[in-house]
Design a protein around this ligand. Structure first.
Ligand SMILES: [Zn+2]
Length: 145
């Protein structure tokens, strides 16, 4: 069964820091593929407290649209959870280059836990299992988006 589960739709600093809305991001399940989009603060807690529980070790990948905290706050712990503490190297991380290189939000030791890192570029097509997706043009934002 395919589904989308919203674990938090908060954007903007104050909505996140006051948790006016949760900021966990989105779990997308299509066919046999599970992809997490923008694991903001609370993503792991929201997965594990979700009913039915969403098990991060079943994720095939994580997609960061950009590195702002409302989208990336839990990216490291979600990668750890996807890879069972880094003991099972697996999954794909999709992220813009600046989320990985300059002032990175993904810790270097955590980057080594995933099978593959795909740097997102504008106007490109990607696939993870049953989920094809494409990127639009770069948005005007303070960071690569
Ligand atoms: Zn942003």
């Amino acid at each position: 069964m395919s589904f989308i589960k919203f674990l938090g739709t908060a954007g903007a600093r104050f909505v996140v820091m006051k948790q006016l809305r949760a900021s966990g991001g989105v779990w997308l399940s299509v066919g046999k593929t599970n992809l997490y989009i923008d694991p903001g603060s609370g993503a792991l807690v929201r997965c594990l407290s979700s009913k039915p529980k969403l098990e991060p070790s079943l994720l095939d990948g994580i997609l960061l649209t950009h590195k702002h905290l409302d989208h990336s706050g839990d990216v490291n712990v979600m990668i750890e959870a996807m890879t069972e503490g880094g003991l099972k190297k697996r999954g794909v991380l999709f992220a813009p280059r600046d989320a990985l290189e300059e002032d990175p939000v993904v810790l270097k030791y955590v980057m080594g836990y995933v099978d593959k890192i795909e740097v997102l570029k504008e106007g490109s097509e990607y696939r993870i299992g049953d989920i094809p997706f494409s990127t639009a043009r770069k948005h005007r934002h303070q960071v690569e988006t």
